[in-house]
Design a protein around this ligand. Structure first.
Ligand code: ADP
Length: 249
């Protein structure tokens, strides 16, 4: 039956994911094993210190991967009403220092009344992933535009809130954009995990929402716009947590 097929596909996806998580965690753990060995053999106190520092960095990486995968922000059991402005404010609070250091101007457009029922911790996590990526894309400074307003989803005709997270950063090429929602896909080398957008897409799907992007890399007009649509009605039990609404990806 169709349901059995979907179930089999889901299991296969979980299997692939588990094996890539194991792989991602195994690399730094192997590095730690080697570094501890080197530290044991080391004669010079300075060298030993360096090996242990490196080992510590690798362990932090493991911890980031585990936390991201297990949903660092615990999920509340039921959706609660949230103000868009509060969601943005708390996200910006996380990045205050980096925004200042990178010389990024923030343009916040959200009227106080805009609110929606959602799993607050999860949506905070999505917004903080999107804002973190926008900041990463603007190392030389730029503009971060955050907007939220009531809107109708063009495809489904549902009412909800449309969040916009836009940056004037480096932009995303077409080839890259096809892969950014994949687990562990990153262009940031060792400093990225490639889990942010993958988790975000999953969270938005469970909210019955959509996450879309437009990006440009032309020299005169570069940057990326993520549009996040969350439908009203999650709190009415319209979407039970077992039935996933299809997001278009
Ligand atoms: P990570 O940030 O750890 O790399 P993500 O899943 O959050 O993982 O992002 C995957 C990739 O998508 C990034 O490495 C980057 O190449 C690209 N990306 C995401 N958002 C942006 C953005 N606003 N501007 C440019 N590139 C982006």
């Amino acid at each position: 039956t169709e349901a059995a097929l979907i179930q089999a596909e889901k299991l296969a996806a979980v299997g692939r994911l588990a094996s890539s998580i194991a792989h991602e965690i195994n690399n730094p753990l192997e590095a730690v094993t080697n570094l501890v060995y080197l530290a044991r053999q080391g004669q010079d106190a300075q060298d030993i210190h360096t090996f242990l520092d490196l080992a510590e960095q690798e362990l932090k990486r493991v911890s980031v991967i585990v936390n991201q995968t297990l949903r660092f922000h615990k999920q509340s059991t039921r959706p609660t009403p949230c103000h868009a402005k509060d969601l943005f404010d708390s996200t910006l609070g996380l990045y205050e220092g980096r925004l200042r250091n990178c010389n990024i101007k923030v343009d916040l457009r959200s009227n106080a009344g805009t609110s929606i029922e959602c799993f607050e911790g999860d949506i905070r996590q999505v917004l903080s992933n999107l804002v973190g990526n926008a900041i990463d894309a603007m190392p030389q400074g730029g503009r971060l535009i955050l907007a939220a307003r009531e809107a109708t989803d063009i495809l489904s005709g549902r009412r909800g809130i449309r969040f916009t997270i836009a940056d004037t950063g480096v932009g995303i090429s077409r080839a890259t954009s096809a892969r950014i929602f994949d687990a562990f896909f990153t262009t940031k080398g060792h400093s990225g995990t490639g889990l942010g957008l993958w988790i975000s897409a999953d969270i938005i799907q469970r909210h019955g929402g959509t996450l879309r992007l437009r990006s440009s890399q032309s020299p005169e007009h570069h940057g990326t716009v993520f549009t996040l649509f969350l439908p009203f009605g999650l709190g009415d039990g319209v979407i039970a947590d077992t039935t996933l609404a299809q997001s278009e990806r």
